[in-house]
Design a protein around this ligand. Structure first.
Ligand SMILES: O=C(O)CCC(=O)C(=O)O
Ligand SMILES: [Fe+2]
Length: 283
């Protein structure tokens, strides 16, 4: 299996051929509708937001420091990865450059409704910055079974995804089943013999391209150059049942009362979104 790259697919064909069956896809130019496309670069961020900062581990990094780090990063001495800015809270000025957020493909998206905006379900639009040799720390499934949309706006990243149904070969952690124990960049076959049978699919996503990762797809990423991307999540009728299972499972770890409250809210919000959709409110 390979991940296809497509140009100008219609919304209807995307839904039928990729979204519904849950097949990953790279859009060659879906993000051309964003002003951010062609604009975002290390220099642009240095010029406009050099003093914005984030916390990573126990350190604070400014945008200027981050851009310097990723531009001097090498495969043998990589900069930390990923640097992540929560866009609505740390860089709200970017939001108008990312419209329509759904690219006219990632719709319906219940995370854009008032019902789910308030919840803490993942689903925040994030800016990812990395440099050559930067590895996403683990092979994983996204929390809450969200569909992920990763928009590469500068530089190139290599992604690895696995066809659905290979869980058993990927050794999900017992206490964190959304993460794999296997270091796929240097697999220990003695410890994880079944991983030999897994069939990783590798491909590169370049500037202007958008990767759609359907929920339930194991994935990870490797930055090949200085990279800037914008990631957002999608929730709707298709992944809602799995989303609800996660809402229950995550919250029950903390307390049953909390799980009941969160599940109740998510159930009500889901029903409202279904009704909104039937009334044609979110298209
Ligand atoms: O580094 C990347 O672009 C992958 C990010 C990712 O998979 C995630 O944040 O869940
Ligand atoms: Fe992910």
């Amino acid at each position: 299996m390979q991940v296809q790259k497509v140009d100008n697919i219609s919304y209807k064909d995307f839904m039928k051929e990729f979204y519904e069956p849950g097949i990953p896809l790279v859009f060659k130019n879906a993000s051309k509708v964003w002003k951010a496309n062609g604009l975002f670069s290390p220099d642009w961020f240095r010029e406009n937001f050099s003093n914005r900062f984030i916390q990573k581990g126990d350190k604070t990094y400014t945008m200027r420091e981050i851009m310097d780090l990723v531009e001097t990063s090498t495969e043998s001495k990589p900069a930390p990865y990923p640097f992540i800015f929560n866009i609505p809270s740390k860089l709200p000025e970017l939001l108008p450059l990312l419209e329509p957020l759904n690219l006219n493909y990632a719709t319906p998206n219940w995370l854009e409704t008032k019902w789910f905006k308030k919840g803490k379900w993942g689903g925040v639009t994030e800016l990812f910055i990395g440099g050559p040799g930067g590895k996403f720390p683990y092979l994983h499934l996204d929390f809450y079974h969200m569909n992920a949309w990763i928009n590469q706006l500068h530089g190139e990243k290599r992604f690895t995804v696995f066809p659905r149904g290979q869980e058993e070969l990927l050794y999900p952690k017992a206490d964190d089943p959304w993460r794999s124990d296997v270091n796929i960049f240097n697999p220990d076959y003695e410890k994880f013999p079944k991983y030999r049978e897994a069939t990783p699919i590798e491909f590169t996503v370049g500037p202007g391209e958008t990767l759609f990762i359907p929920f339930g797809t194991w994935h990870t990423a490797y930055s090949l150059t200085a990279t800037i991307s914008v990631a957002f999540d999608q929730l709707n009728r298709k992944n809602y049942p799995e989303f609800m299972n996660d809402v229950w499972a995550f919250n029950k770890r903390q307390s049953k009362t909390k799980a009941v409250a969160k599940y109740g809210y998510a159930w009500l919000a889901g029903q409202s979104c279904k009704i909104g959709e039937a009334l044609g409110a979110y298209k």
